[in-house]
Write a protein of this length. Sequence first.
Lengths: 193, 48
Amino acid sequence: MDTLTLASELTGRPVVTLGGDLVAEVKDTVFDGLAGRITGFTLNGRGLLAGPLKESLPWSAVHALGRNAVMIPGREALAEPAAVLPPGKDTGGAVVGIRVLTDAGREAGTVRDVVVEPDGKVAGFQIVAADALDHRRRTVFIPRDEALAASGQALVVSDDASRFVAQDLPSFTAQVENFRARRAGHPVGKEHP
Amino acid sequence: MAWWGWLILAVVVLCLVVAALMTIQLRRRSGTVIAVQRRGRRMGKGGA
């Protein structure tokens, strides 16, 4: 698996065309809670004084999600906001701060951030652990289960996934692979106690 | 009040106005992570 990134770190990342033009900066990262994939970004204009743009960037138009910039083929890749956020009041909600429950009904904590792969897939979540998961209530990373999504006001993760938590992103990469191998029915490496 | 008193007051007021405007602008530009579902149903806070 390639390098994982926190979605919050994408905010402010410049959007650059393959021709070298800096056209915008990332504002919000939008992902599909069911599919577990980034669907696109809302955008800010360039510079501190610029406000949010009326255009958005669908994930399908992203050429590459790099460490220092989001590359797009050209300015024509930008689309109307509805391409990323469905219109209407109930289009989407911020996930930071919502409760995390396991499919066994255990409180796992609250969402702090979302961990994404370079291909736009959501690998897991950074959460502030609840007592049941970590009595020291540390910030940990927990893998996303392909089969689970979200209820109304909470994120649901697999109870099994709570045994694959990691303290940092580098070790989380291995835990995600272990978790996926377990879900696929293959032998796994070390589980977190 | 002496003229320099008014000057200091004006500078302080100007700084407060600039700070307020910068706060508003930073909030406008701040980003978050938004979850949507395929059918457009809300997933996050206050969702249906």
